[in-house]
Design a protein around this ligand. Structure first.
Ligand code: IMP
Ligand code: MG
Length: 186
């Protein structure tokens, strides 16, 4: 069903990944993380706001005692055209020294945000640092990033839902959609 936008844009949502597919994938990722981190001091670092739903489901699925923390990052320029400049809006609230840290990201696009976060975390001397991402959009990559735990590879389209937004909208949706846009001809 088309939605009319303030900026005279017509937007359409088409289903890309259903809530059942997400649940299955999160379950698989939880099992993998569990196996790899049993007996260690695992700290999950979620990247706000996009990863909040994924982080909650992943943690709930883990049969491991873990700590959690969040960071918030902002990129300069618009989301659709990343300029590569990233800044920290909200840093860690706990020490990560000597801990096994797993970054939990919603989507790896150009890779700039993740690269910045990896550098920020490495400086704080974790025992280990790995990356878990729900979505990977490899066609847009500008900086190489190695993803240790991945939910889905997605095409070069703008996606929303399951925590992921466009201008703060659509985060609440339980499924993941492609946001298709075109000029409003009306
Ligand atoms: P990167 O720095 O280009 O890798 O961008 C990463 C961040 O941009 C992600 O964590 C998202 O917050 C946002 N982003 C990238 N692609 C999309 C998308 O398709 N929909 C919504 N947000 C996106
Ligand atoms: Mg993000």
């Amino acid at each position: 069903m088309p939605v009319c936008y303030k900026e005279q844009v017509l937007a359409r949502l088409s289903l890309l990944i259903s809530r059942d597919q997400i649940a299955e994938s999160v379950h698989r990722l939880s099992r993998q993380v569990e196996q790899d981190y049993r007996g260690s001091n695992l700290l999950l670092v979620g990247v706000l706001k996009g990863a909040f739903m994924f982080m909650a489901d992943l943690v709930r699925g883990l049969e491991l005692p873990v700590e959690i923390d969040f960071v918030r990052l902002a990129s300069y320029g618009s989301r659709r055209q990343s300029t590569g400049g990233v800044r920290l809006q909200h840093g860690l609230r706990s020490s990560i020294e000597g801990k096994d840290v797993l970054i939990v990201e919603d989507i790896i696009d150009t890779g700039h945000t993740t690269r910045f976060l990896i550098d920020y975390l490495q400086k704080r001397r974790p025992a280990s640092l790995k990356l878990c991402a729900l979505l990977d959009k490899p066609e847009r990559r500008q900086v190489p990033v190695s993803i240790d735990y991945l939910g889905f590879t997605v095409p070069n389209k703008f996606v929303v839902g399951y925590g992921i937004d466009f201008n703060q909208e659509y985060r609440h949706l339980p499924d993941i959609f492609v946001l298709e846009e075109k000029e409003n001809e009306a």
